[in-house]
Ligand binder design. Structure first.
Ligand SMILES: Cc1cc2nc3c(=O)[nH]c(=O)nc-3n(C[C@H](O)[C@H](O)[C@H](O)COP(=O)(O)OP(=O)(O)OC[C@H]3O[C@@H](n4cnc5c(N)ncnc54)[C@H](O)[C@@H]3O)c2cc1C
Length: 477
């Protein structure tokens, strides 16, 4: 133990959780210190895993009294370094992991709600809802390991935002340990509750800087009876926007996913993922994966999507299209979409962007940003994909073949700066769904107004005057 935390305090912290809730050996700490993009390396001597809200409150209360910083962590799948501890001898930090708080406290089918603890893995939450003939719509490629507390703290988006909104819109109630160790019990399961400020919203998307979420009550929806999925080929990005408008008119709220993939993105998947197959006979510049979910049976749902695709083909809006004929084929389509980030690694070093613009301006963004990065780095490969129905594009870049990987990564700030500036110029955001963490602190200061930053600082100061909750994240101080 190299920590400068007083040993008596360490003993007290250990006693709160017992041996099952404490990690101190370097090998055991490793998974908590390595983050998914390996952009940061965590430093901490102590990981505490409370099993109850009371234990979490006792830990944070004790840390508050001793000026020890607390870094909340869920599944550690975040992409901006938000869950990274940065202990120094002067400023020790402990990691507070939610993973032992994984109970589903209540599922109320008639109220269409589920109350679950922060450490509940997203896929388990989805399964629990499905078993009760209900649907929990939050869905991300990391759903096998990310956790509810992390999802809410990052206001996660994913593939079904188009119809159901981001994580924020799925929450009815929240339980949070505040930075002074008190518990805010806002675990109400009401759809109507206009009693003053909506306090829970403060903690959603706060990336652990205002408190530690311990549980939430979330909305459930009827489980769809039929789900149909298709991949279509498009001549250009503008066609995706036209198709989006048309699909929403024709399919209404049944349209739940509308995902864009560039040919370059698909080529990386086909090259580096052995299981991947070309979805269509001929290559095309752009592809869309769209999915509908209905209360009709499976055959009726498939028929509806096929009719829609037929109309689009006839009118020339799409070049080609194929609807999944089985669950295996549906999964194969989603595999193409979900594997892009991983497959991109095969092409060498990459630089990632997570921007959003109004849906109507996506094609303009793609044109301008592609031209800009190509001028700056000739030969750079643009791997654009994302939740185009939400105006959210992951405008990722892969190094030109033959370039030094390190030299390319050195361009991270300048290239993301250019791309973000174009998005903001089009009325967009430099962080659509991944948050700020450590990675985008500078961008937040650059692109958000003084008034917005002042308001954020005032809220932080009010709730956490000693600055013990996840220091350095979002505001950078
Ligand atoms: C392959 C892959 C695909 C992804 N796809 C998407 C996507 O489509 N959409 C999307 O939005 N994100 C996506 N992500 C990012 C990530 O999965 C999400 O941000 C997820 O919501 C993070 O959950 P987590 O439990 O892993 O949180 P962590 O990574 O552990 O933490 C994330 C942040 O939340 C804070 N936090 C965690 N738990 C708590 C808590 N209980 N109380 C307070 N603060 C807490 C942490 O301090 C940190 O700031 C993806 C990641 C990967 C690896």
């Amino acid at each position: 133990m190299t920590s400068v935390i007083d040993l008596a305090v360490v003993r007290e912290l250990r006693d709160i959780v017992g041996p099952a809730g404490c990690r101190e050996d370097p090998a055991d700490l490793e998974p908590f210190l390595t983050e998914s993009r390996r952009l940061y390396r965590g430093v901490a001597d102590l990981v505490l895993m409370p099993a109850t809200t009371e234990e979490a409150a006792a830990i944070i209360g004790l840390c508050s009294r001793h000026g020890i910083a607390v870094v909340p962590q869920g599944g550690n799948t975040g992409l901006v370094g938000g869950a990274v501890a940065r202990s120094t001898p002067e400023a020790p930090e402990i990691i507070l992991s939610a993973r032992r708080m994984a109970d589903i406290r209540e599922l109320d089918p008639d109220n269409y709600t589920i109350t679950a603890e922060a450490g509940c893995v997203l896929a388990d939450l989805q399964s629990a809802a499905a078993e009760a003939d209900r649907f929990f719509p939050l869905s991300l490629a990391s759903e096998g390991s990310c956790m509810l507390g992390g999802n809410l703290s990052t206001n996660a988006g994913g593939t079904n935002v188009l119809r159901f909104g981001t994580a924020r819109e799925l929450v009815l109630g929240l339980e949070v340990v505040l930075p002074d160790g008190r518990v805010f019990d806002g675990l109400r399961s009401l759809r109507k509750d206009n009693a003053g400020f909506d306090l829970k919203q403060l903690f959603i998307g706060a990336e652990g800087t205002l408190g530690f979420i311990t549980a939430a009550t979330c909305k459930l929806y009827p489980r769809p009876r039929g789900v149909a999925t298709a991949v279509v080929a498009l001549p250009d990005a503008a066609a995706a926007i036209a198709l989006h408008s048309r699909a929403r008119l024709a399919l209404g709220d049944e349209l739940i996913a509308f995902e864009l993939m560039s040919r370059q993105a698909l080529e990386f998947v086909l090259a580096y993922l052995p299981a991947a197959r070309e979805p269509l006979a001929r290559p095309a510049p752009w592809y869309l994966l769209l999915e509908i979910a209905t209360a009709r049976d499976q055959a009726g749902t498939e028929e509806e999507l096929e009719d829609f695709l037929g109309d689009c083909l006839e009118s020339g809006l799409v070049l080609d299209g194929v609807a999944a004929r089985s669950e295996a084929q549906r999964e194969a389509f989603w595999l193409l979409r979900h594997s892009i980030s991983d497959a991109q690694k095969g092409g060498g070093a990459s630089i990632k962007n997570d921007i959003s613009v109004p849906v109507s301006r996506v094609a303009e963004f793609l044109g301008r940003a592609t031209q800009q990065v190509t001028e700056l780095v000739p030969g750079v490969r643009v791997v654009a994909f994302g939740h185009v129905g939400d105006g959210n594009i992951h405008f990722n870049l892969t190094q030109p073949p033959g370039m030094e990987a390190a030299a390319f990564v050195d361009l991270w700030d300048s290239l993301t700066g250019e791309v973000n500036a174009i998005a903001v110029d089009l009325g967009g955001s430099f962080s659509a769904e991944h948050g700020i963490g450590l990675l985008k602190v500078r961008e937040l200061r650059r692109f958000r107004s003084g008034v917005e930053l002042d308001l954020m600082r005032a809220i932080k100061q009010q709730l956490d005057p000693a600055g013990i909750m996840n220091p350095g994240k979002i505001l950078g101080d």
